[in-house]
Design a protein around this ligand. Structure first.
Ligand code: BGC
Length: 403
């Protein structure tokens, strides 16, 4: 512990990033040319809301970056929207590339470390119509897109190729129930689509190798939805099989990367008949997930077991709640767990909270994950107390370790 730290506190390393995360389709608005927009608007769609204008961040990115800087956060993770950069197959947009180049430059000018994701769940419509990730040339198409954006990535030090390939492959499975996979009985989600999982892994490996040539100063990895999967007596085999297919096979790919992005929110506990809810308090968040800030520590420790010394970056962690005090409590507890993992020698390079803004939670604006709210009519940003709290923590670099 640093001698400068007040009692009960731990000082984060000087280079440690503290910031917030977002994703294009969840904040930009008007992403009319991707598969998610099509899904939201298909006949018989059951989504609660369409993404629409979202937080209008495509136009208000200057306000967003000013806010990140003003809060004192030192890093901002955002994603590039492939469907804007390549609106039709092989047809690339210079204007869209310049746009994202300006955000990267704007972050750096403000002293904010940009963490750039190349793929965060959305595919261009032309890509999904041509068969998506199971098409023969899927990896080649992703590779061409990566080549196109590489020039603006030159000043970027952290690149996430693909966000949560495990969730993306599960979503593909939900969309195509005909694929034969022997699911884990009583599990919260079906197992990933095997063809999509393989293609995403191949796409990541190809992109990472290419980016290491084109942007040699960047650290390249992918980010995995890594929950705390546990078991009570009788649930061990189900938990193990679920964890292997849903998480571990994706995490192990990170052994060959510069870092692994860890994204943890809650826990899944298996019993003899599938998922169990064994917490007597059983507080649920707005996504219906168990309030379980210990997920981050468990995820960091488990990831470390699988990838060894590869550095870890917390690319997402947060809570959907309308009670901002619970957001602060959750985040403080998650950070204390992260600190315990670091004290045990786990190399964690940063913590990026999900999310900077209340955003489009894949079908609904109701589960609010943001440090910052916004007015639905004027889009005016309204930082919550948690935003100030995390900004102060980023400035002081002090994590409270006592409960
Ligand atoms: C995703 C985000 C999502 C968040 C909360 C992660 O699965 O990367 O897009 O909003 O978790 O559900």
């Amino acid at each position: 512990m640093s001698t400068a730290s007040p009692a009960g506190h731990h000082e984060l390393p000087a280079e440690f990033l503290v910031g917030a995360s977002t994703a294009a389709h969840q904040i930009e608005g008007g992403n009319v040319n991707n598969n998610w927009w099509a899904f939201e608007h298909r006949a018989g769609a059951t989504v609660e809301h369409v993404s629409g204008d979202c937080a209008d961040s495509y136009h208000r990115w200057v306000d967003d970056l000013d806010l990140v800087a003003e809060l004192g956060l030192g890093a901002y993770r955002f994603s590039l929207e492939w469907s804007r950069l390549e609106p039709a197959r092989g047809e690339f947009s210079r204007a869209a590339r310049d746009h994202y180049g300006r955000i990267i430059a704007g972050a750096i000018e403000r002293g904010i470390e940009p963490v750039v994701t190349l793929h965060h769940f959305t595919d261009p419509l032309w890509f999904s119509r041509a068969g998506g990730w199971t098409a023969d040339d899927a990896v080649e198409r992703f590779f061409a897109y990566v080549d196109w954006v590489a020039p603006i990535l030159a000043p970027v030090r952290w690149i996430v190729t693909i966000n949560e390939p495990n969730m993306a492959a599960i979503m593909a499975r939900l969309a195509d129930r005909d694929v034969q996979v022997d699911d884990v009985a009583g599990a919260p989600l079906p197992l990933p689509h095997p063809g999509v999982a393989d293609a995403l892994e191949a796409a990541h490996r190809a992109a990472a190798q290419r980016l290491r040539q084109l942007v040699p100063t960047a650290q390249v990895g992918w980010s995995i939805a890594n929950q705390a999967i546990g078991a009570i007596a009788g649930g061990e085999a189900a938990a193990e099989r679920y964890r292997e297919h849903v998480e571990d096979r994706f995490v192990r790919v990170g052994r060959d990367d510069d870092f692994v992005g860890v994204q943890a929110y809650t826990r899944n506990v298996f019993g003899p008949r599938g998922m169990v809810r064994d917490d007597p308090v059983d507080e649920r968040t707005l996504t219906g997930w168990e309030y379980w800030p210990g997920a981050l520590e468990t995820a960091l420790r488990h990831t470390r077991e699988l990838v060894g010394d590869v550095p870890l970056l917390v690319t997402e962690n947060g809570i959907a709640t309308a009670d901002d005090d619970r957001r602060i409590a959750y985040t403080a507890a998650a950070l204390a767990g992260m600190q315990r993992a670091m004290a045990d020698g786990i190399d964690v390079r940063g913590y990026l909270h999900w999310s900077l803004l209340d955003n489009y939670e894949w079908g609904s604006f109701t589960p609010t994950f943001g440090l910052v709210a916004w007015d639905p009519e004027t889009f005016e940003r309204r930082p919550k107390p948690s935003a100030r709290w995390l900004g102060d923590l980023a400035r002081s670099r002090q994590i409270a370790v006592a409960d």
